[in-house]
Structures are given as structure tokens and as C-alpha cells.
Design a protein around this ligand. Structure first.
Ligand code: SF4
Length: 322
């Protein structure tokens, strides 16, 4: 299958008193056209920084530097002009942010905010497109779209606001949707309803989705391929069935072993792993997982292992995975 997104050696650094600190380090992966690729990892591992870098949301931030290549349809978007990247973000790569409440202006009605966000300034254009917006809202499970569009954000539930955000993101039929913890603030029933809707839209629109999540069950249910992130690095990439059935990296193994008892990566690591996620400012020499790894040996403290291909489909950052 053709790849829609190819990321090569992506590194994001922030300058702390002129010293570069890597928040995301040398990340490479590819997303197949029309598929869901999940990036999973505990809070603070760099998932959201990665997502921001992919859409150049750090542009203009003077103390950040982004290096590497991000190809969309063969074009490196890190090299595009500001105008082209804005067009790309409007039409081809859309983003759903984590916090639906903070994403809306509290003093404007939803309809006005939807029109502004989708650039529907022309009245006749609006009438035609309003039908599509209402239709998408209905498909997302909102039964009264007219009423919802005439409401202010505080009159709506978090779940409704999240679905409006998703509809705004998929309205232009983008090629890629970056969904950063799209259901972290809703209950389990609504979570799967929203994700089923996204999955249906992926199929009908032929869209690819980069799903950023700390919920392994979501990744297991919806993703075709998944990557595990730790301390700003990818430590394992594999098709879903391999990652969840036979994880190879010690970190992935521990996550899989305990996750389904706790239901959340952050609780899992608190309960099952000693030590803590190292700060990007104070990474140890060698493997970044060494302070928590049950297989650690002296060699692990000398050089950081590379992400190595195990077979045609999976990569692991640990020479002692067997
Ligand atoms: S390289 Fe060493 S410390 Fe790192 S995951 Fe492998 S065994 Fe563990």
C-alpha cells in the first residue's frame, strides 16, 4: 500500500540557556494511505511535541528547532513557504487538539466559530456547506445539530464539543488527520462512539489518521500499525497484531503485561515500573530505558541502541529483545 506520510530523522530541540535539549529525537516512520497509525506512550514522552512538529506548529517559536524531513505526497513540508503550509493545514493535514473546552471561544456561538474556522465567509457558500456540517454532526451522534450550532460552548457537554472539533477537522476531507488524545475527556461509551465515527470517516473519505494516545486499548482496536514512544524516541514499531500479541522491547512488554489490568498507561507505569521517565535535560548515557529495564546489562550504559529492523514489518530499539 502507498504511504501518505513519511517522516525521516525528525528531531525537535528546545534551547535551554542556549544549550539544545532534544524533546523528540531522530524519529522515522511511515503511514499507509487510508490507515490508522497509533503513537502510544506515557505522559511526557514527547507524543504531542511530535504531532506539533509534523504540522510545523513550532514555526515562529524562536527557541525551538525542528530538523529532518516530513514528506506528504512526496513533498517535504518542512521546506514549504509559510503560505503553502497554511494551505496544507487548511486542506490536507488537519489536527484535532486534546482539550475541546479550551479550543472554543466562550463568548461566540458555535455556528460562528465553525464558519470562521472553515473560512465560510460567503453567504451562498455557507448555506450549501451548512448541510454537510449538519450531516457530519448527525453522523457523529449529535441528534440536534441545529440547536447545537446555535449554542454557546458552555451550554454543551465536553463530548459534544469534541465531536464538533472533529467535524471541523474532517470537513475539508483532509488526506491526513492528526488526532491528539481525541477522546481523553469523555467516558468509555462515548469514546468508542467517537472513534467508530472517525474510523467510518477514514473509510469513506480515504483519510489516514495519526492517532496519538496513552490508551492502549484504543490503539489495539483501531490502529493498523503502532509505535511505542519513550523519552522522545520510538522504541518499537509494528503492525497492531504483532505489537499487542508479541511485544519485543522490554518497555512494550511491561506495558502490555500490566496495561489491561489498569486501563491507562500512566497508572500502568506507576504500578509496574520502578524509576521514572528521564527528563530530556538529564538523559542517561546509553539506552534511555536503562533505569527501568528488567534486562539491563553493562553494555546498555555505553551507547544508545539504534531502532533496528527485525523483519520486514517491525523495528525494535533493543539489541537484547530475544
Ligand atoms: S538496550 Fe538494555 S536497557 Fe535498553 S531496553 Fe534493551 S536491555 Fe533494556
Amino acid at each position: 500500500m502507498q504511504n501518505i506520510l513519511r517522516v525521516h530523522n525528525l528531531t525537535v530541540q528546545v534551547f535551554n540557556q542556549s544549550k539544545p535539549v532534544s524533546l523528540v529525537d531522530d524519529i522515522s516512520f511511515e503511514i499507509k494511505k487510508g490507515s490508522i497509525f497509533a503513537v502510544v506512550g506515557e505522559s511526557g514522552c514527547g507524543k504531542t511535541t511530535l504531532a506539533f512538529a509534523l504540522t510545523r506548529l513550532f514555526s515562529g517559536a524562536h527557541n525551538f528547532s525542528v530538523q529532518g524531513k516530513v514528506y506528504v505526497n512526496g513533498e517535504d513540508i518542512l521546506e514549504l513557504s509559510d503560505e503553502k503550509i497554511r494551505t496544507l493545514r487548511r486542506e490536507q493535514i488537519r489536527y484535532v487538539f486534546q482539550d475541546p473546552v479550551q479550543s472554543f471561544n466562550p463568548v461566540k456561538k458555535i455556528k460562528k466559530q465553525v464558519y470562521d474556522a472553515l473560512n465560510l465567509n460567503n453567504k451562498s457558500d455557507r448555506t450549501r456547506k451548512l448541510r454537510k456540517i449538519q450531516d457530519l454532526l448527525r453522523k457523529s451522534g449529535i441528534e440536534n445539530p441545529d440547536e447545537v450550532l446555535e449554542s454557546y460552548p458552555h451550554q454543551l457537554s465536553v463530548g459534544t464539543l469534541q465531536r464538533i472539533l472533529i467535524v471541523m477537522a474532517i470537513f475539508p476531507s483532509p488526506k491526513i488527520l492528526i488526532a491528539d488524545e481525541p477522546t481523553s475527556s469523555v467516558d468509555a461509551t462515548l469514546r468508542y462512539r467517537i472513534l467508530d465515527f472517525l474510523d467510518e470517516m477514514r473509510r469513506t473519505m480515504g483519510m489516514s489518521i495519526l492517532l496519538i494516545t496513552h490508551d492502549l486499548e484504543i490503539a489495539r482496536r483501531y490502529a493498523e500499525d503502532a509505535a511505542v514512544m519513550y523519552a522522545g524516541r520510538l522504541v518499537e514499531i509494528a503492525p497492531r497484531e504483532k505489537l499487542f500479541v508479541q511485544p519485543l522491547h522490554p518497555y512494550t512488554q511491561l506495558l502490555m503485561q500490566y496495561y489491561f489490568k489498569t486501563g491507562d498507561i500512566d497508572s500502568t507505569v506507576t504500578q509496574s515500573l520502578s524509576g521514572s521517565l528521564p527528563s530530556p535535560m538529564y538523559l542517561p548515557k546509553g539506552c534511555t530505558f536503562q533505569n527501568r529495564c528488567y534486562k539491563v546489562r553493562d553494555d546498555c550504559k555505553i551507547e544508545e541502541p539504534p531502532l533496528t529492523e527485525i523483519d520486514n514489518e517491525r523495528l525494535v530499539r533493543c539489541p537484547y529483545w530475544k
